[in-house]
Ligand binder design. Structure first.
Ligand SMILES: Cc1cc2nc3c(=O)[nH]c(=O)nc-3n(C[C@H](O)[C@H](O)[C@H](O)COP(=O)(O)OP(=O)(O)OC[C@H]3O[C@@H](n4cnc5c(N)ncnc54)[C@H](O)[C@@H]3O)c2cc1C
Length: 489
């Protein structure tokens, strides 16, 4: 197993629980991959994912390994999913409950959009239900096999999910208020994509959030700690601070790895949890260069500029998840995907991790994590002047909405930093972007062109996000277990 991100940890847990001798080799000093945290005045701040959804996926994975998630993680549900604000005016909270949202949207934008929301909620639930078992939780289908999986009775559902429509256009059928269109379009960014280019099927993210957003006691890294702890109990071994520089291919099959220090470790199968693009970039050796589709730089998903630390805030009642929308969404995504520069009018996400729904922070200083979308690097880095000026606009946007932040400590990450952390990605955080209806089918699947080499993680099927990477890891374990079992008979 190469990599101890969520996908790699899940594969390691499930293969160890099935009795396979499992070794995880991770180049960082700790598990988690993108589940990173920094220290701010002695307390950890999440600087990777902050929104935890699809808790059931983890409950199933823990149950398959003979354990209960609740014995390893303490999760608290958020009643308010997120607070949204616009400099042009208006504030709207979204809830897990449809009726609460219908009421809030009615007060915010009137009865037309409240009805539009109800229909949108039903539609996004239908998209999710149609794709859950046929796509998200299954091996990578092609368009034909997806249709077969869904079956004749499911065909009306397949047509209703608007696979060829663009998210932004579909949202226009539901919402007259441009602010609401912008709010629900933001779900495209969860897959590192533009709402003007991605399929309307990504509206399913809205349904997933409505089914539950949880905060993880102690921070998101505890998910990785929990998976590692259980995997260790089931017999998996971990080697941290060790980079794999080559995947061995012998007799046409993956046969082990060579570490950066030259140690040769034979294996019956290899699972790669790093970004798939590292294979075609040759970072894992010539034998696996063509093992999976390459991600051309123009297909890269979003990167980000993030800043986090300890801060004092006033003037705006933050809840845990907050979004401050920029005035020109078209400009934001054109800048990033067409012109490969930072937006002049960024949208800012702020996670106030000491808060859940509404309680005031118990600290003078609290932990904040802020993020704006940014282009992945394509050879050239963003200049510090460009970054500085974008962050100033972001600050101005938050201040226009009333939020004043006085930072006591601050740590920044830019696309160049992400490019260093996640080799061969150019800083893209979500694998290839989901642009166009074919994109989901073009992602790398679990099995590669090299037998006994499998892929697990957010750049492979079914896509990015903590639960998706976990599902990818489960899929890798299932393939590996079935392949090894069939040859050991
Ligand atoms: C800023 C940010 C915000 C996000 N927000 C959310 C969110 O709110 N909710 C959500 O669900 N998702 C979010 N995501 C996405 C989510 O974090 C990822 O999709 C998911 O964690 C990816 O997991 P993974 O299995 O692909 O592994 P990764 O996290 O990519 O980890 C891969 C691991 O492999 C290791 N590795 C790679 N190559 C080698 C090698 N050659 N040798 C040894 N080790 C190697 C790396 O060091 C790394 O530890 C966010 C991501 C980022 C960066």
């Amino acid at each position: 197993m190469i990599g101890a991100g969520v996908g790699g940890l899940v594969t390691a847990l499930l293969s160890a629980a099935s009795g396979f001798d499992t070794l995880v080799i991770e180049r960082s000093a700790a598990p988690g991959g993108k589940l990173r945290e920094i220290d701010a005045e002695g307390r950890p701040v999440d600087v990777g994912p902050t929104v935890f959804t699809m808790r059931g996926v983890f409950e199933e994975i823990f149950a398959s390994a003979g354990a209960e998630l609740k014995d390893y993680l303490t999760l608290t549900p958020a009643l308010r999913l997120a607070r949204h604000a616009w400099a042009s005016g208006g504030r709207l909270d979204l809830f897990g409950d449809i009726e609460a949202n219908v009421e809030a949207i009615g007060d915010f934008a009137g009865p037309h959009d409240a009805r539009g929301y109800r229909a949108f909620a039903e539609r996004s639930a239908r998209v999710y239900t149609t794709l859950r078992d046929s796509f998200i939780r299954a091996s990578l289908p092609n368009p034909l096999s997806l249709t077969t999986r869904i079956g004749v009775r499911g065909l009306p559902d397949l047509l209703a999910i608007s696979p060829y429509a663009i998210l932004w256009d579909t949202l226009g059928e539901h919402f007259a208020d441009p602010r609401l269109r912008q709010l629900f379009a933001r779900y495209a960014t969860y897959c590192g994509s533009s709402p003007y280019l991605c399929p309307a099927t990504l509206m399913l993210v809205s349904h997933v959030e409505r089914e539950g957003v949880w905060s993880v006691n102690g921070g998101m890294r505890r998910i990785a700690d929990a998976l590692r702890e259980l995997a260790t109990k089931r017999g998996a071994r971990f080697l941290f601070g060790t980079e794999v520089s080559r995947i061995l291919v012998e007799g046409g099959r993956a046969a082990g790895v060579v570490t950066a220090t030259g140690e040769r470790l034979p294996a019956d199968a290899v699972v790669f949890n790093g970004d798939v693009s590292a294979l075609s970039a040759g970072l894992l050796g010539p034998g696996v260069r063509r093992a999976a589709p390459a991600t051309e730089p123009e297909r890269r998903s979003l990167s980000a500029v993030t800043w986090a630390g300890s801060a004092e805030v006033e003037g705006f009642d933050l809840i845990r998840h907050n979004v401050f929308f920029g005035p020109d969404y078209v400009e934001e995504f054109d800048a990033i995907f067409k012109h490969r520069r930072l937006p002049r009018t960024p949208t800012v996400y702020v996670c106030a991790s000491d808060r859940l729904d509404d309680p005031p922070s118990s600290h003078n200083a609290e932990r904040l994590f802020c993020l704006i979308n940014a282009p992945a690097e394509d050879g050239a880095s963003l200049s510090s002047k460009e970054i500085e000026s974008c962050l100033n606009v972001a600050k101005g946007l938050m201040e226009n909405c009333g939020l004043k932040i006085r930072w006591r400590t601050q740590t920044r990450s830019t696309p160049s930093d992400f490019a260093r952390l996640y080799p061969a990605t150019g800083g893209a955080l979500y694998g290839p972007a989901s642009h166009g209806w074919k994109a989901s089918f073009q992602r790398a699947g679990t099995r590669t062109r090299v037998p006994r080499l499998y892929l697990a993680g957010g750049s492979a099927h079914p896509g990015p996000g903590v639960p998706m990477a976990a599902l990818s890891g489960r899929q890798a374990a299932l393939c590996l277990i079935s392949d090894l079992a069939s040859t050991n008979k």
